[in-house]
Design a protein around this ligand. Structure first.
Ligand SMILES: Nc1ncnc2c1ncn2[C@@H]1O[C@H](COP(=O)(O)OP(=O)(O)OP(=O)(O)O)[C@@H](O)[C@H]1O
Ligand SMILES: [Mg+2]
Length: 370
């Protein structure tokens, strides 16, 4: 019988004493529940505690406080080889002097598997990662993407319940990285194995994950599906870290059951009709945020949340043009999709042009101050 959760961290702390003599909570009271068969990512910038969390699941580190569960069992000090998880490291960690076959077979040989059993299973995982016929090559004779797939094959050959991957695509160029993202995701779906994936690349996390834990300074800031995290960020950190946002400081002027009126001093304006979540009070200082692609440049005023501004800069990036607009001294970013192919510079917004910006209330978010 399988437990409800493949992996669970309960109030886990990992405290390091640094060589400088300071105590540091690299992982600071983290609780997460990773479901069976889920593609779960830990996302955050360098030093936020992703690798340390993964190493505690793998058993290379033990929590200072709290507990790690795998398939419902408390792991305590269970060593890595007795956990039903396998790790793909960022550096691949392939044995350079061994062939592809020997690299993949290594773990099975250590377990004392029979020769024909080993051959059958190596052949099978090579088919899975589409590298049949490469058995006799050494890692050096493969491209970066192929080496990465060998590292995945080596981790899969022992049929783990959970695969832990620490920035496995970090070394690849952008195009190959995007191909591998889709391939890994397809492989995960086909095998039904739980993937716990570490990355600092938000687009990668969004592309691949069922759910994401956004981390900062050892803490989980928000856990949710890619859509939840992008459309309903829990706080300013998440709204800023995932995608782009315009922020305004504001104050709740009035509240009805479902809607707020917010006063924004910088714009000397009220934004009305914003849907609100629970727990806000009238008079509260809050942050208002709106995504750049959700600010509309309009021919004429459309609602009360309409502002006149002046274009200060435009950046053409192919799919979109980024238009920077000055609103009473405040810079607002607007992303306009280039839906029509054209070369005439005059057909785009130009610096100095006056424009009307509209913020539809349903696109404006009210974020609580931390
Ligand atoms: N063995 C250790 N002793 C002391 N401090 C450590 C140790 N390992 C990690 N740290 C510190 O713990 C924090 C978290 O490190 P961790 O490797 O988990 O970060 P990360 O999120 O994986 O970052 P990156 O994206 O750069 O790989 C960092 O500040 C790091 O310096
Ligand atoms: Mg790391």
């Amino acid at each position: 019988m399988t437990a409800e959760f493949a992996v669970e961290l309960q109030d886990v702390v990992k405290r390091f004493i640094t060589p400088e003599g300071n105590a540091l909570n690299a992982v600071d009271h983290v609780t997460m529940q990773i479901k069976n068969g889920e593609f779960f990512s830990m996302l955050g910038s360098s030093g936020c505690g992703k690798t340390t969390s993964l190493r505690m699941i793998a058993g290379f580190e033990w929590p200072t406080e709290g507990e790690v569960y795998i398939e419902g069992k408390a792991m305590g000090h269970t060593p890595p080889f007795q956990r039903k998880v396998n790790t793909v490291f960022q550096s691949y960690a392939l044995f350079q002097h061994l062939t592809v076959f020997q690299n993949i077979a290594f773990g099975l040989e250590m377990e004392g598997a029979q020769k024909d059993e080993i051959e059958k299973r190596v052949k099978h995982v090579l088919e899975m990662v589409q590298l049949t016929g490469m058995e006799r090559r050494k890692p050096k004779q493969l491209s970066g993407g192929q080496q990465q797939r060998i590292a995945v094959a080596r981790a899969l050959v022992k049929v783990p319940d959970v695969l832990l991957l620490d920035e496995p695509l970090g070394a690849l160029d952008l195009k190959l990285r995007k191909d591998m993202q889709l391939e890994l995701k397809a492989l995960q779906q086909q095998l039904g194995i739980t993937f716990v994936y570490v990355t600092h690349d938000q687009e990668e996390a969004m592309t691949m994950s069922d759910r994401i834990a956004v981390m900062s300074k050892g803490k989980v800031q928000q856990m949710g599906t890619p859509v939840e995290i992008y459309e309903r960020p829990a706080n300013r950190f998440v709204a800023d870290f995932i995608g782009d946002s315009n922020f305004f400081e504001g104050r709740i002027k009035s509240l009805s059951k479902n809607e707020a009126v917010v006063f924004i001093p910088d714009l000397k304006a009220e934004v009305t009709g914003i849907p609100v979540s629970q727990g806000l009070v009238t008079g509260e200082e809050i942050t208002v945020s709106i995504r750049p692609e959700k600010v509309l440049i309009s021919e004429k005023p459309m609602n009360q949340n309409t502002f006149r501004g002046r274009v200060t800069n435009t950046v053409y990036i192919g799919t979109d043009t980024h238009v920077y607009v000055d609103l009473m001294g405040k810079r607002v970013k607007v992303f306009e999709q280039n839906r029509i192919s054209r070369l005439d510079p005059g057909s785009f917004y130009t610096v100095g042009q006056d424009v009307t910006l509209v913020m539809m209330p349903e696109n404006v978010l009210v974020l609580k101050k931390e």
